[in-house]
Design a protein around this ligand. Structure first.
Ligand code: LMR
Length: 336
């Protein structure tokens, strides 16, 4: 073979290797899963998203890459849901208060004083009612993968809220849920539906006087204690998440990938749900020691007054949500 021919052959082989390499690399490009959420990293959901990302990197690193966008850095929850439907984002874990327009039954989770504590929430979610709600948005191509806990909701305002009448006339932020708005109306207060990321400013500028229930971890990480003088340990509802994906996307994943992702999600779910109470308790202590805000604990009689004031909402939404589901949720308060 002449020198020129050898060079040509070597060049051709080099080109083929390059091409092969490039084609190979392309074939191995990982599937990118964007996970958008609105809370801080050091919250139950924030930690869950990071753990998911880490485990997927360890076990599926060559096949799947999870990109996490916390703190509304990609979308707020409303835009996130639209993006999930158009395929621009693949994972979300909105509070169920954001999902009412896709499923009447999911509104169950917003009913006032329905669950006594997070253990009751777990019992309900692991039962048939929980499964039913998880699968209730399939008509919209939304697939529920798991329930992730945050915690119980606490009232905050720029004045003490001890009795229901203290809330009269106040503008209180709620998530975009008709059930949550109805509770505020029962207090003769004014519900303001507002995106999570706008609440601090709303409180600072007086657009709202307070909010109708959120968790200690959200309150603290959003620094609402800097702009709210008073908080009430009201436990007036639950803020819980559903990890959701686009059903078409999920069902289109290679079987082995989907199986491993489901295993990882089960592991992360256990961890998030075990740790959520602790994160909320730590956040409550941090608020208490920040000295910015008074935390009011209620007597059993005062709790009953708030419960009674909001109770009509349960019957108002009974038919829409389903009596069976409401009964099952109430049953879950009995441990046995
Ligand atoms: C809210 O909007 O208050 C919450 O749903 C935010 C969250 O994701 O915890």
């Amino acid at each position: 073979m002449s020198l020129i021919n050898r060079k040509t052959l070597a060049g051709a082989i080099g080109f083929a290797i390059l091409l092969g390499g490039a084609t190979g690399a392309q074939a191995q490009d990982p599937i990118v899963i964007k996970f958008s959420h609105v809370v801080a990293n050091d919250t139950p959901k924030g930690e869950g998203a990071q753990m998911l990302q880490k485990l997927v990197k360890e076990r599926l690193g060559d096949k799947v890459k999870i990109e996490v966008y916390p703190n509304s850095s990609l979308y707020d929850d409303t835009k996130g849901l639209n993006a999930l439907l158009t395929g621009d984002v693949q994972l979300l874990a909105p509070s169920m208060a954001k999902l009412g327009e896709y499923s009447p039954s999911v509104q169950l989770m917003d009913l006032p004083f329905l669950f006594d504590d997070m253990n009751a929430v777990t019992r309900f979610e692991q039962g048939p009612g929980g499964k039913q709600i998880l699968e209730s948005m399939q008509d919209h191509d939304i697939l529920g993968l798991a329930y992730w806990h945050n915690g119980m909701r606490q009232l905050t305002a720029d004045k003490p809220l001890i009795e229901p009448r203290d809330a009269r006339g106040l503008k209180l932020r709620v998530e975009p849920s008709d059930v949550l708005a109805a509770q505020i109306k029962e207090l003769h207060a004014i519900p303001r539906k507002m995106a999570f990321g706008e609440v601090y400013q709303g409180m600072q500028t007086g657009v709202i006087d307070g909010q109708g229930g959120n968790t200690w971890s959200n309150i603290y990480t959003q620094k609402w204690n800097e702009v709210q003088s008073d908080m009430t340990e009201s436990n007036n509802g639950v803020l819980d998440y559903m990890l959701i994906t686009n059903a078409k996307f999920w069902n289109g994943l290679p079987d082995d990938v989907r199986t491993t992702l489901n295993e990882i999600i089960a592991e992360v779910t256990t961890s998030v749900n075990e740790k959520a109470d602790q994160l909320n308790e730590e956040a409550k202590q941090s608020i208490a020691s920040s000295g910015t805000t008074k935390i009011h604990e209620l007597t059993p009689e005062q709790v009953k007054a708030w419960r009674d004031a909001m109770a009509p909402v349960i019957d108002e939404f009974r038919d829409e949500i389903g009596s069976d589901l409401i009964d099952a949720a109430q049953q879950s308060n009995n441990a046995n």
